[in-house]
Design a protein around this ligand. Structure first.
Ligand code: C2E
Ligand code: CA
Ligand code: CA
Length: 573
């Protein structure tokens, strides 16, 4: 019903349809109402329906007799109350039976007028009041509902959702966000009318579904719908059924939608927060040609919040020295007895509340937000001063490898910073090995090689880390300047599973021989792995088989007893 025309025509005569099979009754009512209303007549339900179908937009009220031939009043009432177009037209039932009054009120009639018609004033007053109420209700609906789909708008959705929580406090509820994939393309390609048809199809399907279940739906904006319903476990099938319902109602096939579900909502959260969670799940669906539904993952959110906390606390942690550098020994296994030949500096975060946090957790985060440069710089300084301390306190020279992130490599001050660190700690550059992961090489090979060349000409040793995990081509490898190849741990882990994996490691050893560089195998945990690698000619081993990464003090003994004789500094010299 068009509210605007209603308001504009406040003073027009309202149209009344009198439906009664008895001519005399029609005449009496017509007589009572005709001064104030435009009165139309129908002699049975069927004729009335025909009239309503044509005139429903102008019709203000229906006065309906119940007992009639063809189609009786109950049948007509049922049709009207189930049709979105007619359900807002108020119906007053004309009857002489008390029982029928109750039934018709239950079926959606707004009032009744008892027969015989005795008090014209009362009848006119009742008709007027029912029209007024219905018009006010229509006005309210216009505010309450989205004008295209007639679903609630966002404000009313929120209000009713809160009511639902209040009146069904024990009911577990789910919040859903629905969206059409690439809706703008539907509009562009087929026009807005088709777009609207699709939105209406969705709204009708939602209404159809909600008829059978308690719950609420609204169109929040454009092609985004919110649904708040009791918890259920069958979303995968439900969603598929829903899509076919939308297709058959809209007549548009092959549509693609995405949905996100926040299950068993925490009712302490605001509705906005619950919707955010459903929307976050929805955003994880791919916007492809296929419909998909995703559940909100609480563990994922907790992980994100945890990461956020870490990032926020990094500066303070650096100031408070919560980061500690550990050292994992590397053993040269070329001779009969393995000798401690160097170590890798690996960072750990000792968080006052969260305990020890592994670099696997925070390094990827810091690589994203740039904090990694600050942290690496800290580690390089720590490692250099540790090398110096070992030299001074134990008289042993142990080169240490530090990890250099991809981001560091493009810092124009990298060379200068490393040289400063070395100088400050009275070291020569070849005491600091730089581990650079293989994948960094393939990202930007030409610029990269230049940087590496410069670092090497300063005297730093370059280790290619995680070798085999990236996609370096043999062609590229032969032109890359490196000093040490460090085999990716995954090869060692799988090496003993089957012949094929073992053969892979052999091939990599051959590549190293071809490049004429020593090989470090990391992640060596067992005697078997150690033996195999030794037989293949692997030069250096790092792994739990020898030692886990340790705090520097814990390495002192090992340095004194297992270093190569050449590592001792002759103080007399
Ligand atoms: P990565 O550079 O490949 O370091 C080797 C990792 O393997 C270390 O893990 C080490 O503790 C672990 N590992 C060594 N031997 C074994 C073994 O036998 N078995 C098993 N299961 N693991 C072994 P961690 O210390 O957790 O470091 C993880 C990653 O974090 C490192 O991988 C490196 O990429 C990064 N990282 C650590 N410290 C730093 C740093 O100071 N700067 C940068 N940029 N990255 C760092
Ligand atoms: Ca490394
Ligand atoms: Ca590695």
């Amino acid at each position: 019903m068009n509210t605007v025309t209603r308001i504009e025509n406040e003073n027009r005569k309202r149209h009344v349809l009198v439906v009664d099979d008895e001519n005399i009754n029609r005449m009496i009512l017509g007589h009572i109402l005709q001064d104030e209303f435009e009165v139309f007549y129908a002699a049975d339900g069927k004729k009335a329906l025909e009239f309503i179908q044509k005139e429903y937009e102008n019709l203000s009220i229906i006065l309906l007799d119940l007992l009639m031939p063809e189609m009786d009043g109950f049948q007509l009432l049922e049709i009207l109350s189930n049709d979105q177009k007619y359900k807002n037209i108020p119906v007053i039932v004309l009857t002489s039976e008390k029982k029928a009054e109750i039934r018709s009120l239950q079926m959606g009639a707004v009032d009744f007028i008892p027969k015989p018609y005795e008090m014209p004033e009362v009848i006119r007053a009742r008709v007027k009041r029912s029209i007024k109420l219905a018009e006010e209700n229509t006005l309210l609906n216009a505010v309450k509902n989205d004008s295209l789909t007639q679903l609630y708008n966002k404000e009313f959705f929120y209000q009713y959702a809160l009511d639902l929580d209040r009146f069904h406090a024990d009911q577990d509820m789910d919040m859903l966000v629905l969206n059409i994939n690439r809706f703008h393309i539907v509009n562009e390609l087929y026009g807005h009318k088709t777009g609207d048809k699709l939105l209406l199809g969705i709204a009708e399907s939602l209404r159809f579904f909600l008829q059978k279940n308690i719950g609420l739906a609204c169109r929040c904006y454009s092609d985004t719908f919110y649904v708040y319903i009791p918890h259920r476990n069958d979303y995968d099938t439900l969603f598929l059924n829903f899509i076919s319902e939308v297709e058959s109602r809209s007549g548009l096939y092959g549509i693609s939608m995405r949905a996100g579900v926040y299950e068993n909502c925490d009712k302490q959260l605001s509705l906005d927060q619950r919707i955010d969670r459903a929307a976050r799940a929805c955003s994880t669906c791919k916007k492809t040609y296929k419909s998909s539904i995703a559940m909100f993952d609480k563990a994922q959110l907790e992980k994100e919040l945890y990461c956020e906390k870490l990032v926020r606390e990094t500066d303070r942690a650096l100031r408070e020295k919560q980061f500690k550098v550990h050292y994992q020994p590397k053993f040269n296994i070329e001779g009969d007895t393995p000798v401690l030949s160097s170590a890798e500096a690996l960072i750990r975060w000792y968080h006052p509340e969260l305990g020890m946090i592994s670099p696997g957790v925070f390094i990827p985060l810091f690589e994203e937000n740039g904090l990694i440069q600050k942290l690496d710089n800290y580690v390089w300084n720590e490692a250099a001063s540790q090398i110096n301390r070992w030299k001074k306190e134990l008289g042993i020279k142990l080169p240490v490898s530090v990890n250099v992130s991809r981001v560091d490599m493009f810092d124009p001050r990298l060379e200068e910073e490393l040289l400063d660190i070395v100088k400050k700690n009275e070291l020569s550059p070849d005491e600091l090995f730089l581990e650079i992961t293989e994948s960094a090489y393939s990202d930007n090979s030409s610029g990269f090689i230049e940087i590496i060349d410069r670092l090497r000409s300063c005297g730093f040793k370059i280790e290619m880390d995680d070798f085999g995990s990236g996609y370096s081509s043999l062609n590229m490898l032969s032109s890359i300047p490196i000093d040490i190849l460090k085999l990716d741990m995954a090869f060692i882990r799988k090496m003993c599973d089957n012949e094929k994996n073992l053969h892979m490691v052999e091939i990599i050893m051959d590549i190293a021989k071809f490049l004429d560089v020593p090989v470090v195998a990391e992640g060596v945990e067992t005697e078997e792995q150690y033996r195999i690698l030794k037989n293949m000619g692997c030069n250096v081993i790092q792994g739990y088989y020898f030692s886990k990464p340790l705090p520097p003090e814990a390495l002192d003994d090992m340095l004194l007893t297992r270093s190569a004789p050449g590592a001792r500094i002759n103080h007399q010299q």
